[in-house]
Ligand binder design. Structure first.
Ligand code: FAD
Length: 483
């Protein structure tokens, strides 16, 4: 630490973490901002690698001016010594020592109640630790993956993965793409690929546009979002992208490489209408069915969840003293909501770490925007849901868990033949979820096939950790050096 200010560790340098860092640093707190990526920006403001010397990085982005403001403010605070930015740091655990936090709140000089444990660089084998007085979790979300026949063929990737590749490396994965699934993320993905020169043969959305009509109140409250949707629609038209609503991909075809997909119409119950199947030639399928919040670090800290989201109060505080959360870890809702939540969390943390009661009037515009955006995304959630009968498409030989190569048939046998009624029992009987990703990818699919709710899995660590690192954790020399 470079000064005697209270010290906040912010994990995640996406819109939420950046807004929180800038707000806290501007109000007298020393911040260490930690992210696993090579550059700050998160998913929404993902930047091309510096070596690519991108001439017009803004071409693939919207709200570029907001990013420039955040980036400049961050640079200013880093230069002034108020913020330390640690990129390429993969956090696997945040440890909390209860007594130190209580002493600190009572005015005792005892500080550093939290230790953030990270692994450095692409190999993720070298440990680093950051000690802080409080922690703000802004770890975002990840995509919900649902299996179907052929989803493991090379050329099939997640919608966000295609977008991340485009924004981060300026590369596209093929010449002709189909973008499919459900949710607002499909729009920037389809238009981004088309703008990069890919022929987008179709945007296949399983939601029914009529469902929007029933939610006109929530839509009318967000004219900016409606205008954004209209801009995407105009771009789809300009690039001649065929929009197929109430459709779904039933299979991907190809051996070494994707050659085509079969799409079909859905009926009102979410079942495929027999006889409506048609084949679309393509070498890329970007498919996404919505997002799930990253909650591993919050769970190990003991933070209460609300369903699958980290629960927070009006100040973005979790129920664990000294831990704030902001952005998509508290619920999926897009970059603007993440910015508002991050701003509020940063200001609240700064006030409380400086020993004062925060005044919510100082963040009133952000709070107003948060309320409206939460309502808007709650309405969108009811529209953009995977087809109700998506599990009908998972044939018995479809791989469900890629890490352990567990098929749909094996999961069904565990449920119907052996009586498994929850994800954990299916895991014990089939090994689904026992591999490298620890069920992060196959969890929703296994829950769907088992007919149970997707519940948080209480993993002890947010990512795999070498045993040697685990054994040495907490030794004094592993504190991260300032860059
Ligand atoms: C792959 C992908 C691509 C997306 N592309 C778009 C898009 O183009 N347009 C759009 O409107 N929305 C996009 N989204 C949605 C987007 O995530 C959100 O709207 C927005 O970025 C959320 O902001 P956030 O700050 O909550 O989280 P994020 O932007 O997701 O930032 C979270 C940050 O936390 C870091 N992190 C997470 N866990 C750890 C850990 N254990 N250790 C260290 N760092 C960690 C991540 O590296 C990331 O930088 C995308 C989502 C995904 C998953």
């Amino acid at each position: 630490m470079t000064d005697d200010r209270p010290h906040l560790a912010v994990i995640g340098a996406g819109p939420a973490g950046l807004a929180a860092t800038v707000a806290a640093a501007a109000h007298g707190v020393h911040v260490t901002l930690i992210d696993s990526a090579a550059r700050a920006g998160g998913q929404f403001y993902r930047q091309p690698a510096a070596e690519l010397n991108a001439g017009r990085p803004q071409a693939l982005h919207h709200q570029w001016r907001t990013w420039e403001r955040l980036k400049d403010a961050l640079a200013h605070h880093v230069e002034a010594g108020h913020v330390r930015l640690l990129t390429d740091h993969h956090v696997w655990l945040v440890e909390r020592r209860l007594n130190q936090w209580l002493n600190q709140r009572a005015g005792d000089a005892d500080r550093n109640a939290f230790t953030v444990h990270a692994l450095l660089g692409p190999e993720q084998e070298t440990p680093a630790e950051v000690r802080a007085d409080a922690v703000l979790l802004a770890t975002g979300g990840y995509e919900k993956v649902l299996p179907f026949p052929g989803w493991t063929v090379p050329g099939v990737l997640t919608a966000g993965g295609a977008q991340a590749m485009l924004k981060g490396t300026l590369a596209v994965s093929g010449r002709t793409a189909v973008v499919a699934g459900t949710g607002p993320l499909l729009l920037p993905v389809a238009t981004g690929l088309a703008a990069a020169g890919v022929e987008v043969a179709a945007l296949v959305e399983s939601a029914d546009p009529k469902a929007f009509v029933r939610r006109t109140r929530a839509l009318a409250a967000q004219p900016g979002k409606v205008a954004e949707g209209a801009q995407y629609a105009a771009q789809l038209l300009r690039h001649r992208v065929r929009l197929l609503t109430r459709h779904t991909v039933v299979a991907a075809h190809g051996d070494e490489r994707l050659e085509a997909v079969t799409v079909a119409t859905l009926d009102t119950d979410g079942r495929v209408r027999p006889g409506t199947e048609r084949r679309i030639a393509c070498d890329t399928l970007a498919v996404g069915h919505g997002m799930l919040p990253h909650t591993d670090l919050a769970e190990t800290l003991g933070c209460r969840l609300d369903g699958i989201d980290v629960q927070v109060d009006d100040e973005q505080r979790t129920d664990v003293p000294g831990v704030w959360a902001a952005g998509e870890t508290t619920g999926i809702g897009g970059a603007a909501l993440s910015l508002a939540e991050g701003h509020i969390a940063g200001r609240s943390a700064a006030a409380r770490l400086n020993g004062t009661e925060p005044d919510p009037r100082t963040w009133a515009p952000a709070a107003k925007s948060r309320t409206k955006l939460r309502e808007f995304f709650a309405a969108l959630d009811t529209v953009y849901a995977p087809p109700a009968r998506w599990t009908d498409l998972v044939t018995d030989d479809t791989v469900v868990c890629r890490c352990e190569e567990v098929t749909g048939g094996a999961v069904r046998e565990a449920v119907d033949g052996l009586g498994a009624g929850d994800i954990r029992t299916v895991k014990l009987l089939t090994r689904a979820g026992m591999g490298w990703c620890q069920g992060r990818m196959c969890g929703p699919a296994v829950a769907g096939l088992a007919g149970c709710e997707l519940t948080p899995s209480r993993r002890p660590f947010a990512r795999p950790v070498p045993l040697g690192v685990l054994a040495r954790a907490g030794e004094p020399e592993s504190e991260a050096e300032p860059e």
